[in-house]
Design a protein around this ligand. Sequence first.
Ligand SMILES: Nc1ncnc2c1ncn2[C@@H]1O[C@H](COP(=O)(O)OP(=O)(O)OP(=O)(O)O)[C@@H](O)[C@H]1O
Ligand SMILES: [Mg+2]
Length: 504
Amino acid sequence: MADYVLAIDQGTTSSRAIVFDHSGRIVSTGQLEHDQIFPKAGWVEHNAEQIWSNVREVVGLALTRGNLAHTDLAAIGITNQRETAVVWDKNTGKPVYNAIVWQDTRTQAIVDELGGSEGADKYKSIVGLPLATYFSGPKVKWILDNVEGAREAAEKGDLLFGNTDTWVLWNMTGGPDGGVHVTDVTNASRTMLMDLDTLSWREDIAADMGIPLSMLPEIRSSSEVYGQGRPRGLVPGVPIAGILGDQQAATFGQACFEVGTAKNTYGTGNFMLLNTGTEKVPSKNGLLTTVCYKIGDAPQVYALEGSIAVTGSLIQWLRDNLGMFQDAPDVEWLARKVEDNGGAYFVPAFSGLFAPYWRPDARGALVGLTRYVNRNHIARAALEAVAYQTREVVDAMKLDSGVQLTELKVDGGMVANELLMQFQADQLGVDVVRPKVAETTALGAAYAAGIAVGFWKGEEDVTANWAEDKRWSPAVAEDERERLYRSWKKAVTKTFDWVDADVQ
Ligand SMILES: Nc1ncnc2c1ncn2[C@@H]1O[C@H](COP(=O)(O)OP(=O)(O)OP(=O)(O)O)[C@@H](O)[C@H]1O
Ligand SMILES: [Mg+2]
């Protein structure tokens, strides 16, 4: 009996495979990290072949650990790090270059040139996004401009592009032997190439970027059968029936189906999405307009998104680049040794600043230092930075949508950090709520796939399965809360105008 649904979560730092049962509980998991490749300051790459091989391995691990066979699976959903661009040869299946990761800033010159005299908002009314290095389209242009022979091969129709959802789907469904070249509306909305109203590629924007339309995957809903697994994907015959970008998947898994509901995911970066329903809300305050999900033939639902590039990766940076501790959770132990930040503020503008500033010229800064400050204060400042950045996004959402949050649903690896969760509630002045299943990204993709094949009835099953685990309420005096935030805002201004012609 096919009693389970498998989700593949192809993330920025790792790939996971998670098997869920009908009640939305985790049955078994497999997880493998892949290499983070930093060839130059500001460049971030992944080896797409390593990612595909890890995906196969984690699927094998999850099935083995659950004592399951592929015949136990009703459907498979895929969720993924969005915007990370893979370009490959459809005849050989080989990528022509490493995947260029969403955090990579190498395309700044391309982005400036595309904007020309109209600037960063040139395509915003069509695609919902400002021109920025973050999105896939300019990364594809960089590959075609810089990899020898790539442009000719693309023009001959030999090259395919995809975010990693498309790369995994194509490989799972046969690769060079009949692989399905498809993406979903949420991933397509992160390329800068899709019209948010018609959900189709914009020929004029693709032409501006010199990207042949033949490279682009077909755009489909987030919940429908795209194809069947083939033997090389370890799941022969199982329908692959759901795709959602990781942040949209978490929104779905958190059951944010009502207009005005929101979730915040604390992973490599932080991403808050607010469901705005079937109405597309343009942002005047540094947020993105994006597709939240589209279930089969039902109308698409939109979201406002606040994207913060560096949160969990700041903790990794303290661990790996400074050697401050062995494991990410140790940061809490250090931070608890002190009462406060000792006056230190850490603005992690490692990829410039994303929402709500969109300042590519910013670089990271640790300010407010005196001889009093020690490593424990720095650990605390790093955690506080996550909460302040989130507050800035919440403020922008209030301005754009008029919606006043009454509580915030949270998920992602960092929500295990109780000091951070309490500080977040203190900074926002509303409750912070963690669900029982913190793997909401994978869960959302599983639901999208299961709904497509009738394993779940629809959104009502997702809502019924959602359960609260823990809640943090604000417990700080108003003047203290505002004093800290005012200092944070001042610290942010110290990171501006750093990058210039001589400094990258
Ligand atoms: N207890 C903790 N305290 C602070 N940070 C933590 C803690 N546990 C994990 N992290 C951070 O959380 C991040 C991992 O979270 P998660 O697994 O949700 O990431 P992710 O964004 O889903 O990864 P990917 O981008 O691969 O999908 C890491 O950056 C890690 O540094
Ligand atoms: Mg993730």
